[in-house]
Write a protein that binds this ligand. Structure first.
Ligand SMILES: CC(C)(COP(=O)(O)OP(=O)(O)OC[C@H]1O[C@@H](n2cnc3c(N)ncnc32)[C@H](O)[C@@H]1OP(=O)(O)O)[C@@H](O)C(=O)NCCC(=O)NCCS
Length: 183
């Protein structure tokens, strides 16, 4: 493992580096990856590098690379965007750009690692996410990690020629710790 920050069973999360930018650009110009993300414009290396530089300095963003333990292969990104201090809440984000690594449990494992970090290290009270209704794999991964469906924003996004609902999913600290005790 190279510079691991959070370690799972088959993947680990490490700080993102400037050197990851060319791979991120490849991942995020791929329509199959972005169809369920809020990204729809061509992404240049320059734009990604300057975004990365800014985002890494922003203390409200915790950005991590997802890497495979067996060979350090870089698979995608995840992050927590912290809301205002008093609310103790954050928004979770993830993409796995290495499509041949979808449906192997990495999304679930990443979501769990970030929940643990959010609740047990950062002392958050709530972590939530938005997921498009046309992303059943994502919804399933989040449910397996402990997220519950909280609501639906009807027709909130447009992709692949039609509108899709967007689900709001969330986990509260009390649910996370109760689930941990049951295990
Ligand atoms: C969403 C994403 C992070 C999920 O990661 P992943 O590693 O593929 O997820 P997991 O393997 O942990 O879990 C996916 C689950 O959904 C299931 N699944 C996949 N496609 C499905 C479908 N069409 N219908 C129902 N279930 C489906 C898988 O079988 C798996 O469940 P199982 O382990 O019980 O069999 C990943 O696919 C991705 O990055 N997609 C592109 C970007 C994106 O959508 N990001 C998230 C935005 S909210």
């Amino acid at each position: 493992m190279r510079n691991p920050f959070l370690i799972g069973e088959r993947i680990y999360l490490r700080p993102l580096e400037r050197a990851d930018a060319p791979t991120i650009v490849e991942f995020l110009n791929d329509e199959q990856v972005t169809r369920t993300l809020n990204m729809h414009r061509p992404l240049t290396l320059e734009a990604e590098e300057s975004w990365l530089e800014k985002a890494m300095k922003d203390e409200r963003n915790i950005l991590l690379a997802i890497a495979r333990k067996s060979d350090d292969r870089y698979l995608g990104n995840t992050g927590l965007h912290l809301k205002q201090e008093k609310d103790r809440a954050a928004m979770f984000g993830i993409f796995i750009g290495a499509k041949d690594e979808w449906n192997k449990g990495h999304g679930t494992e990443t979501a769990k690692l970030m929940l643990r970090y959010g609740f047990e290290t950062l002392n958050l009270n709530r972590i939530c996410l938005h997921v498009y209704a046309n992303n059943p794999g994502g919804i399933r991964a989040y449910e397996k990690a402990g997220y519950v469906r909280e609501g639906i924003m009807r027709q909130a996004t447009y992709s692949e020629g039609r509108y899709h609902d967007v689900l709001v999913m969330g986990v509260l600290a009390e649910e996370w710790f109760a689930r941990k005790e049951r295990k």
